[in-house]
Design a protein around this ligand. Structure first.
Ligand SMILES: Nc1ncnc2c1ncn2[C@@H]1O[C@H](COP(=O)(O)OP(=O)(O)O)[C@@H](O)[C@H]1O
Ligand SMILES: [Mg+2]
Length: 235
């Protein structure tokens, strides 16, 4: 598989007065097309900062981030915003859905942002929400709402999906169903997935596990055989 993203010696430094915090302290990493990469590590290790820098939400202090050989860390604000809109999908621990729209309409919002059209019904099937399409957000469980947010992100057919603690607010059973939706999207649509978690069991659904601590990659593990989300030892 070829590299889709190349992260080269990235630093992100925050200043609290005079005191620097190196949220990213020299991170280099490649991500291949179609891969599921799981970023694992304790709270404060720099996982969210790394995700925000890779996805262009935050700018790096130094270092470079390439997508298909294009250095996005050199892009203007306007160019990076367009790049994110056209190419990247996001889901977070919270769902950020529109309460006054039903499931289908929420997913449609994602599709409207896209230039590459994709069949919304196929997306809704992929995340297993067929029988809930007409429901409003208050009629859904947390896990179902997270699957709506996944469907909304997938509806623009992103090259890469960034998932920051996607099961952080969910119990084991619903968390596994949500992760299965991400794996299904990866298998059916070929979406590259970058999943951040502090749950070590979740790492086993990925092709590669990146362990972070104190702003550094401390270990990189190739996982030859992905396990199914339903078989995750939930910690
Ligand atoms: N906007 C910010 N301003 C100052 N410090 C920050 C900011 N964002 C993150 N940090 C610091 O950077 C470090 C890494 O944070 P973060 O990336 O959120 O870790 P994780 O997602 O692994 O819990 C922490 O020490 C955190 O306090
Ligand atoms: Mg975080």
């Amino acid at each position: 598989m070829e590299n889709l993203i190349e992260i080269k010696n990235v630093y992100k430094t925050y200043y609290m007065g005079e005191v620097p915090t190196h949220a990213l302290n020299g991170v280099s990493l490649n991500i291949k097309k179609g891969e599921i990469v799981v970023i694992l590590g304790a709270s404060g290790g720099g996982k969210t900062t790394l995700l925000n820098c890779i996805s262009g939400l935050d700018n790096v202090t130094s270092g470079d981030i390439f997508y298909d050989g294009e250095n996005i860390s050199k892009y203007s604000d306007r160019k990076i915003t367009k790049f994110r809109k056209d190419n990247l999908g996001f889901i977070f621990q919270t769902y950020n859905l529109l309460e006054h729209l039903n499931v289908y309409e929420n997913v449609l919002v994602g599709e409207k942002l896209s230039k590459s059209k994709i069949d919304i019904n196929k997306i809704i099937d992929t995340v297993g929400l067929r029988k809930h399409v007409k429901k409003y957000m208050h009629e859904l469980s947390g896990g179902e709402q997270q699957r709506v947010s996944i469907a909304r992100a997938l509806a623009k057919n992103p090259k890469v999906m960034f998932c920051d603690e996607p099961t952080g607010a969910l119990d084991e059973k619903t968390g596994k169903i949500v992760l299965q939706s991400l794996v299904s999207a990866n298998e059916k649509l070929g979406t590259t997935m970058i999943i951040v978690t502090h749950n070590p069991g979740i790492a086993l659904i990925g092709d590669r596990i990146i362990k972070m601590n104190s702003g550094k990659v401390v270990e990189e593990i190739i996982n030859k055989k992905r396990i199914k989300p339903k078989d995750i030892p939930w910690g």
